[in-house]
Design a protein around this ligand. Structure first.
Ligand code: COA
Length: 182
């Protein structure tokens, strides 16, 4: 592929020293017009967090970390076209919404593709990498939550093989979609 090919990206795990890029990407995502549907955090809260927060967040999801993995699609020149993070949830634990986790599973969060890269297929490659990591860590299924009004994200997840589990998060209008290993 030439450097100008719009599909010329490489999907990889982030490194622990990339906290500034992780912060910049997150702040960009939080300014998306659909951010209120897509993310539980807000730009106003995130932008005032100290450097230590971004360093810890990045190290905790970087290559080699056991509990989470953030992957990015890097394009020529080093910019990131998109990202997602998979959190490992252990059976017997309680999830962020206070619900019991019944099996070892991956939980995909922080899904974001820059507008100019949407519809290119980059999101599929990000999921391939994130889900493969979860299977490799012994996950029995991978789940994610998507707002009932976020039609594009739902369309994307269905296309990638996720199916609604029937579980909803009361008050948050979030639907759970799951992917089970063949
Ligand atoms: C969600 C997101 C990551 C998906 O990536 P993407 O590259 O836009 O996804 P794709 O274009 O490959 O897939 C979206 C699919 O949904 C379809 N779609 C679009 N709007 C839709 C709608 N309102 N209802 C149903 N399906 C819709 C698209 O046609 C496409 O399917 P197709 O490829 O068969 O045509 C990206 O749009 C994004 O970053 N959005 C803002 C942040 C966000 O919402 N994150 C998810 C939080 S759960």
């Amino acid at each position: 592929m030439s450097a100008s090919d719009p599909r010329d990206w490489a999907v990889r795990a982030i490194r622990a020293d990339e906290w500034a890029a992780v912060k910049a990407m997150r702040l960009t995502a939080l300014r998306d017009p659909l951010a209120h549907l897509a993310f539980l955090d807000t730009y106003e809260r995130a932008v005032v967090r100290p450097e230590s927060y971004w360093r810890e967040r990045t190290a905790g999801a970087a290559e080699g970390a056991a509990g989470a993995r953030q992957v990015v699609a890097e394009v020529p020149g080093g910019a990131w076209a998109g990202t997602l993070t998979v959190l490992m949830e252990e059976a017997g634990a309680t999830d962020w919404a206070g619900h019991p986790v019944e099996r070892r599973q991956g939980h995909v969060v922080g899904v974001y593709v820059r507008p100019q890269w949407r519809g290119t297929g980059v999101i599929g490659e990000l999921f391939d990498a994130g889900v493969a990591w979860a299977w490799g860590r012994g996950a029995e299924r991978v789940r994610l939550l998507v707002h009932e009004d976020n039609g594009r994200a739902q369309g994307c997840y269905r296309k990638l093989g996720f199916v609604p589990s029937g579980v909803t998060v009361p008050g948050e209008n979030e639907l759970e979609f799951v992917l089970v290993r063949d």
